[in-house]
Design a protein around this ligand. Structure first.
Ligand SMILES: [Zn+2]
Length: 450
């Protein structure tokens, strides 16, 4: 477990130099002058913080954690979820992950890299001496009045130290489930389930598919119902008031399984297990949900039905699955087309072939966004979820008890007009929320989803 500290940020006087340049606009610009503090992007009306009043030399001011802080501020403004400082043979490259894509933002020389790396280490309370083993630190950082949880990971590489900074903005997850992109039916199904208390609720998808965001949004939803909620996570990504959150600590014997046993003694209405990822956690999840608790968790699985094989592979019997499995939501995140420059466009022949290969009819409409100033010429702005919600019913349980394979289960669901990821994705293409091109780049929305 990383260190936790709260760094207080207060606006200093005299006015500080900040990186006012938009990082996105200076793509791949060499920021050498800017970071060296010699010709920073200071507008002429701002007095330079030459330390006159404060009695500090310029060098001292530059050597505080200011560069790191400015970098974090820029990243937050650009809605980035991660900052990467990638060492190169000389200097480094700064990249931001925005809407799931990594965007190059700056190239730093060796001196600037050295400073920035040291500042990040100072901020994270990590020993500034060059590290030879991976280091991990967690801190809550107050930036311009907002608290941001930050996780800093430093890994020594051949070319230097690679730093990854994950920005966990609590405001991003406090959104209610309506804003995630769930359609009306799926949403009312989820709320329905939340009202009752039993069974296993799984959110599936690959890494970065919005599983955790959805789970946290559900926790927020449940919290409104005055229920007792206990979570066990590895690591705790977002701290939520009013919820008991326990972090896995294997060094001290606190595994998912051990944690779950302890959690049951805390008399929870809802249990949340960070991830079902092996036989042990699957066993714990099933045992807890069979004992009459509502247990929510995430799992790596391609679509809703794929959870059957995953659970079986981890040793769950068909009877246990039928008794415990209540709701499965498969999730993906897609980028939203920029509404400012969005325009209708035809479905290309190649896209028609791609859809036909999956057995999916072409959407009636398709859109594209060529890019404009408001989307910084990316064509996309923000992301939304694509979902498949499977609330199991008696006919599904009967089939599971016969040991049904995934293929037959999908055919059974198709006969019941079950809506898969592809159906939801196509609705969002026709509505101009996302594009076929985006779905193609994602690759697996169609896979197994029919
Ligand atoms: Zn645009």
């Amino acid at each position: 477990m990383g260190k936790i500290k709260v760094a207080r940020y207060t606006e200093p006087t005299p006015p500080r130099r900040t990186i006012r340049e938009d990082l996105m606009r200076v793509l791949m610009t060499d920021l050498s002058d800017l970071f060296s503090g010699k010709t920073g992007p200071v507008d002429d009306t701002t007095p330079i913080a030459d330390g006159g009043d404060a009695g500090l030399s310029e060098e001292l001011i530059v050597d505080t954690t200011r560069l790191a802080e400015d970098m974090i501020r820029d990243a937050v403004r650009e809605r980035a979820t991660d900052i990467h400082i990638d060492p190169q043979s000389v200097g480094s490259r700064i990249r931001l992950r925005v809407d799931g894509r990594v965007i190059d933002t700056a190239v730093l020389n060796e001196m600037q890299t050295h400073r920035l790396v040291n500042q990040v280490k100072t901020l994270a309370d990590i020993d500034p001496v060059k590290t030879f083993a991976p280091e991990d630190a967690r801190l809550t950082y107050e930036l311009d009045g907002n608290l941001i949880d930050i996780r800093v990971t430093i890994v020594p590489c051949v070319t230097g130290e690679k730093i990854a900074i994950r920005l966990l903005d609590p405001q991003r997850v406090s959104s209610n489930i309506t804003s995630l992109g769930l359609n009306h039916d799926a949403e009312s199904e989820l709320k329905d389930w939340l009202a009752g208390v039993s069974g296993l609720f799984l959110v599936t998808g690959p890494t970065g598919s919005g599983k955790t965001t959805l789970l946290y949004a559900l926790l927020h939803e449940i919290r409104k119902h005055q229920r007792s909620i206990v979570t066990i996570e590895d690591p705790v990504e977002y701290q939520i008031d009013g919820i008991t959150q326990v972090q896995v600590d294997t060094r001290h014997g606190l595994t998912f399984a051990q944690g779950l046993r302890t959690m049951l003694r805390l008399d929870p209405d809802y249990l949340m297990l960070g991830e079902v990822r092996d036989a042990e956690s699957a066993r714990s999840a099933i045992d807890a949900s069979i004992s009459g608790r509502a247990l929510m968790s995430t799992m790596h699985a391609r679509d809703a039905v794929s959870t059957l094989s995953a659970l079986r592979n981890w040793g769950a019997t068909d009877l246990e699955i039928a008794v415990s499995l209540s709701v499965v939501v498969a999730a993906r995140l897609v980028r939203r087309l920029c509404e400012n420059c969005r325009q209708e466009c035809p479905v290309t022949d190649e896209q028609k072939k791609w859809l036909a290969a999956m057995g999916v009819p072409s959407p009636k409409k398709n859109f594209t966004s060529p890019g404009c100033p408001s989307c910084k010429n990316l064509g996309y702005l923000g992301r939304t979820g694509v979902f498949e919600t499977w609330r199991l019913d008696e006919s599904d349980y009967d089939l599971i008890l016969t040991g049904v394979d995934e293929h037959s289960m999908r055919k059974h669901l198709a006969r019941k007009k079950h809506r898969t990821l592809v159906h939801d994705a196509m609705d969002k293409v026709e509505a101009g929320i996302t594009s076929l091109a985006e779905l193609q780049s994602l690759g697996d929305v169609g896979g197994g989803g029919r």
